[in-house]
Ligand binder design. Sequence first.
Ligand code: NDP
Length: 486
Amino acid sequence: MKHKKIDNYIAGQLRPPASGDYLNNIEPATGKAYSLVPDSDERDVELAVQAAGDAFPGWSKTPAAHRARVLTHVADLIDENLDALALAESVDNGKPLTLATSLDIPRSAANFRFFASSVLHFRSESHATDNTAINYTLRNPRGVAGIISPWNLPLYLLSWKIAPALAVGNTLVAKPSEITPMTASLLANLCIEAGLPDGVLNIVHGTGPKVGAAIVEHPAVPTVSFTGGTITGQEIARTAAPLFKKISLELGGKNPNIIFADADIDTAVRESIRSSFANQGQVCLCGSRIFVEQAIYDQFILKFVEETKRLKIGDPLESDTNQGALVSQVQYAKVLSYIDLAQTEGGRILCGGERPASLSARCQDGYFIEPTVIVDLPSNCRINQEEIFGPVVTITPFATEDEVATYANSTDYGLSASVWTKDVGRAHRMAERIDSGTVWVNCWMLRDLRVPFGGMKHSGVGREGGEEALRFFTEPKNVCIKIPES
Ligand code: NDP
């Protein structure tokens, strides 16, 4: 069968890669290629940077209200094409169609809508310096920005960067993960339909080492916004630092999920299932380390394992599926190797840990792993320290706030945490003590687009979201005007 070829989106045109080469795009649920993604290289990046540079003077001088209208139009088109986009995301990524329909795609539209509106309320500062001068800050767009995004929430994370960057007047070269290129390719069509001027957004598909690296190295790209793994983030920082580029890095996580004995246990179990296994555990915010206060440890485990076993794993396109496929063969092998390591490190698997026994004929070669619950591991072992990024959680008992705060902060990561308790004082104490960019109390992944989002320690540099994002994509320039003496 001839597979559909995805195109790059450069200077307003859909075009093949300069090399003429394509990579197979695999459907994770079947393990089979179903489309072809451009294997672009630095020649395509060069064209895209050129196009973005040409478009910059016009777009940056376009009134904010007009830019906002175009971005709102993109949001409307995402909403209108919800079903097609959700299907594309589910097939590309292996996630349940219900999740893509209820979360990823609506949130992508929300990103465009939110930043289209917030740019209209973007403030800059002014300072009266005694009676001698007025200082005011001009915030100009920085030029051509490079946007590099991962495969786990493909359209959502891409739009989270594209929308603020465009809203304040930058032009862009974006590289989605080549493992999940389909929704970005559909977005290109929607941008054309919405009337986004040629060259304002350019999307170059291909691999990190060829396309991603060429964007980061390009001298005409002064801003790089990256979401992905910590190792890749280090590489990007190494390249960007001597070129004095402004970078934002949203990286990995190994997030603690802390349950105190006074928590509402049924809610904590239900939401911990979600925070452990949503998108097969492939969300940077997943709470992959659960800590439970000793007094309710046995009770929690009983309920948690019982609920985990109820999750239906299988074809992502079926409406009652809770757990789809992992995104790729590489990710599948990596997660299985961690499950082996857990046993070597002395862990006891309470459920999961295997490929499911019964899968539909269509999914026989897909990358499925049962949701896996592991206990009896020390907090400093590799399983409790390294990001697995799959449907694997550990559960560890604790006795005191001090002990659990030490466990929570014992990794190199610091992206997010959840704390479950009815004691308001304890919630505040824990929130203050945990080293992470976000602390959720009695909830998980409850998002407000206005709040600063990002990680501490090896989970990232900088913050996205709300005004932080608009500020990131602008260059502040102070203008000092002396007030003449009368
Ligand atoms: P990677 O770091 O492997 O890839 C992210 C992106 O970077 C991909 O588009 C990738 O291309 C590209 N890339 C790879 N190498 C380079 C390079 N040398 N120069 C420039 N770009 C490069 O991450 P994954 O795609 O595997 O995503 C999973 C990771 O993302 C997890 O660690 C997860 O925690 C993190 N993440 C963080 C979030 C946050 O907000 N903090 C949110 C979501 C995910 P290619 O696909 O070709 O490799």
